[in-house]
Design a protein around this ligand. Sequence first.
Ligand code: A2P
Length: 330
Amino acid sequence: KNLHVAIVGATGAVGVEMIKTLEKRNFPVGKLTLLASARSVGKTLPFRGSDIPITELKEDSFAGVDVALFSAGGGISKQYAPHAVQAGAVVVDNSSAYRMDPDVPLVVPEINAADIKKSRGIIANPNCTTAITLMALFPLHQEFRVKRIFASSYQAVSGTGAQAIEELRAQVHAVTAGQPVEKKVYPHQIAFNVLPHVDSFLETGYTKEEMKMQNEGRRIMHHPTFKASVTCVRVPVYRAHSVAVNAEFERPVSLKDAREVLSQAPGLELVDDPAKAEYPLPLYVAEQDDCQVGRLRLDCALDNGLAFWVAGDQLLKGAALNAVQIAELI
Ligand code: A2P
């Protein structure tokens, strides 16, 4: 049966990738409804060779919709996802609104696809940095049992949204032309800079983004004692997040076994030949479905520790692709 699919936030950085991913994976779309704010009414977006008009998101936008993919921020999801469910749609929500709700499965299909069955209408898509990290960490966990990780992220501006991509482009242009830099999205210049500040700060001094790794990681891996101390950093990269991870395991780790496990993991490519300067790079992993892992080494400061570097297109595996994969399983 062909499905009526709605995309909420269709004009956004993730929304546009959702449309492309539905097309690329030949998802059985019978009808596609593209929803955004009143600002976007009058615009169209291409799907399978035709131009689909954007309509304004309203409470009654979901009549007849089978699957609704949400990516317009947490507030919009909280407000409108219940209306979509009430209209009979299954919601895949890319925002953080429902991720920690015990009644809502939080799913990376390669890790916990079976959790989808417990859904009561909403399934949450994980944080992008968490999803990309877990693509490499979970296979290692299955082999060696992870206790805790220390990690630093190198996050692309497209994770913030379409306006942030434009801000980086405009700032690079301004700096190289010797003109004054304008800031709208970030509190500091992002061009030729790195910002140790992603999402808002908590009382502990960590940011919300940093705690998603532990909180969401526990749910996705079904590992309630998993610990993660993370520093999230925004870098002047358009697309694809990278994460430097130091992981400590219960069981002894060998490089040979780690390589073996990672080279067979679904949705992951092992790119690890430092002598040839081959390692995952955000520039090259951008627009790729698979995440990449490399720089594997036994950690010199942890017991049973492994250090690695994982990169992935956060608009795809961290968002649109993961959401469409979930929709395929429904
Ligand atoms: P619009 O383009 O009409 O503002 P991004 O994450 O790239 O910033 O994109 C956010 C997405 O969420 C866009 O598609 C945006 O639509 C949509 N959006 C933002 N606010 C609303 C709203 N109040 N109602 C519907 N869609 C919204």
